[in-house]
Design a protein around this ligand. Structure first.
Ligand code: HEC
Length: 124
């Protein structure tokens, strides 16, 4: 019995190192709705699920180079040759950035960096 409690507290303490779910704010929920309305998921994956035309965005918010508001919003505002300009308002982009930051805290991408190529994402 004593061993059970020692073992349980060990498991409890060390399981905390995994990313834990964080409750979403109203802005995060708004961002999630825009994510669905604008069909971001048809090209981008979250947690490894979604379309494969664009990159997985699960952990982009904590990426050292790409995780800034300016970087994320530049893609959302103008699009690129491969990503359409979706004509988002400033408020919609702020909500999407909050949503992506929340997603980043809640889980990890399943897509390995080696699977990402400029022509798409490949899972071998
Ligand atoms: C038609 C497919 C498509 C849709 C819809 C789409 N994207 Fe993209 N997105 C792409 C592609 C392709 C890229 C890579 C662009 C490039 O490198 O030229 C990209 C890149 C990005 C990037 C930068 C990723 C990186 O690693 O640098 C962000 C952020 C992004 N998209 C956010 C969004 C959001 C938010 C939405 C919805 C509002 C969205 N995208 C909708 C195709 C799409």
């Amino acid at each position: 019995m004593v061993l059970f409690f020692i073992y349980s507290s060990f498991v409890y303490i060390y399981s905390g190192s995994e990313k834990q779910p964080v409750s979403p704010s109203a802005t995060v929920i708004a961002g999630w709705q825009i994510w669905q309305q604008k069909n971001c998921h048809t090209c981008h994956q979250l947690y490894g699920l979604g379309g494969y035309m664009g990159p997985d965005l699960t952990n982009i918010a904590s990426d050292a180079n790409k995780g800034t508001d300016a970087y994320l919003k530049t893609f959302m505002k103008y699009g690129t040759a491969n990503m359409p300009n979706l004509h988002l308002t400033e408020t919609e982009m702020d909500a999407l950035v909050s949503f992506l930051r929340w997603v980043d805290k809640s889980g990890k991408s399943q897509v390995a960096k080696e699977s990402v190529h400029w022509t798409g994402t490949y899972i071998f």
